[in-house]
Design a protein around this ligand. Sequence first.
Ligand code: SAM
Length: 294
Amino acid sequence: MATLGNPKETIAVLNKYGFIFQKKFGQNFLIDEHVLEKIIRAAEITKDDCVLEIGPGIGTMTQYLCESAGKVIAVEVDKNLIPILTEDTLAAYDNVKVINSDVLKLDLKKLAEEENGGKPIKVVANLPYYITTPIIMGLFEAKVPLSSVTVMVQKEVAERMQAAPGSKDYGALSLAVQYYAKPYLAANVPPNCFMPRPNVGSAVIRLTLHENPPVEVTDEKLLFRIIRASFAQRRKTLVNGLTNSQELSFSKEEVAQALKSCAFPDAVRGEALTLQEFAQLSDALAVSGSFGKN
Ligand code: SAM
């Protein structure tokens, strides 16, 4: 069994199986031991952990996870990688289960409950960048029992996740992620740590789930509709953004009245409001009588 984590072994495995990279699956395999060690350290994996890895590739990080976790569930969409994983790179481990599926089509809540008896799992992945947001929001919104999500993402996406109000990176993703978790940027990773090299910079971000959301709202769905609508047209004031939205059906007067009741300026923009302030606005609009569209 090859011990992966360097260019030489990766090339040997790829050649042995005649593997051809598929761009459509966002395949950029890690070839740097230091980065792999950093990810495992950031995720604080112990033998008590059940880890879900999304997109194991040829199993490079999976080997590290199998060494440090109690159990690893690896979900890979590309069927050409399955024999490499099961017959070769992961064959020596009895604590791993490989599932050939599109992760976005799996019931991850059910999977996590079945595999870890309802206890929170950890997600660790070098994500396929074309579906970063749907994967992360899918995990949160489906209420998968999670303790943390430690993932390699595009550097700009990591910056958006941890951005604060007023910064250019602050937006719907910052608020959505920070509603569920506390972000921590564990490492910046340059393109030469991957094969093939991506044409963007990458970063490892750890999202530690809140036990309870940092704000309480009467209608969580309404809060997220308001957040999305507020940033859909960034340059617009909130009054215009919220009244033009397809997802909401508030009148200009209702929005103006809600802003006033929260003591926010008439011409305030979404980028100026904190999560707490969005929650305040959501509750003010929830009682204004005209609810969001379904
Ligand atoms: N973990 C490996 C590594 O670090 O070397 C590979 C990471 S690569 C960036 C992303 C992996 O996700 C690829 O193996 C790709 O085939 C897989 N993938 C892409 N879309 C997927 C999906 N919808 N469901 C599951 N896996 C997917």
